[in-house]
Design a protein around this ligand. Structure first.
Ligand code: URA
Length: 236
């Protein structure tokens, strides 16, 4: 790893703000290889140097993975071109350069959005080859007919040639179901239900792979995903 300024490294870890990092350094609370850091401009190598903050080993994580409970009206992008984005909802302590949503929900869809700065991981979970399940709760305009369930569960090809792979459906009530798909095509669930003569009136993503959206997160809130939870997303 190349050497970086110690103040930038500590603040960029996502645990502390730039101001906090500068304060710790000026109070002599930061040590590198046993020596007190005198200036924020000192250069360190996070891989080989031992950094301690108030005596505690300070580990720098390479990437961050955030679970957001997306509210309606927010776009799944890092640049909303004037509109509020999911990245605008990330609090300062989790904010990093290069954050982006791994996969898109429509502006009016709510629920689980994963925000990260790890392009490789995002590619892995979004690649159609890897078939990572995404589960949604869909509220429909009309009752869900058995025939529609069997059509969508077997996979459906639209008149324009778009093919949707088989899905799994669990009926929750006459007009509400859980639907699991392993792709992420444009407006996929809305188009699937439209193809069987129904209409999605509300859509919420509740699960990615084996990881459920944390129900304690209120609309617009987010938290960091733990390493174990991250494995749940990709494990089959
Ligand atoms: N399918 C949709 O139609 N919209 C979403 O936001 C996600 C899946």
């Amino acid at each position: 790893m190349k050497k970086e300024r110690i103040d930038k490294l500590i603040a960029g870890s996502g645990k502390l703000s730039r101001k906090d990092a500068a304060g710790l350094i000026s109070h002599g609370d930061v040590e590198v290889n046993g020596k007190t850091v005198k200036s924020g401009s000192e250069k360190v190598d996070a891989e080989t140097d031992e950094i301690r903050v108030r005596g505690e080993i300070f580990t720098i994580k390479k990437h961050i993975y955030i679970m957001l409970n997306k509210p309606k009206g927010v776009v799944s992008a890092s640049d909303g071109k004037g509109e509020k984005t999911v990245c605008d909802l990330v609090p300062e302590e989790l904010m990093r350069r290069g954050l982006f949503p791994a996969g898109r929900l429509d502006k009016d869809t709510t629920g689980f959005v994963l925000i990260t700065d790890d392009g490789e991981f995002a590619h892995r979970i979004l690649s159609p080859k890897n078939h990572i399940d995404k589960t949604y709760v869909a509220s429909l305009r009309d009752n869900i007919e058995d025939e529609a369930v069997s059509v969508l569960e077997n996979g459906i090809t639209l008149r324009d040639g778009t093919a949707f792979l088989p899905s799994k459906i669990k009926i929750l009530s006459d007009k509400e179901c859980e639907i699991t798909i392993c792709e992420g095509k444009y407006h996929q669930i809305k188009r699937m239900f439209c193809a069987v003569g129904n209409e999605v009136v509300d859509l919420r993503r509740i699960k990615m792979g084996g990881l459920f959206l944390d129900e304690r997160l209120k609309d617009g809130e987010c938290r960091e995903i733990t390493a174990d939870e991250l494995n749940l997303i990709t494990e089959k």
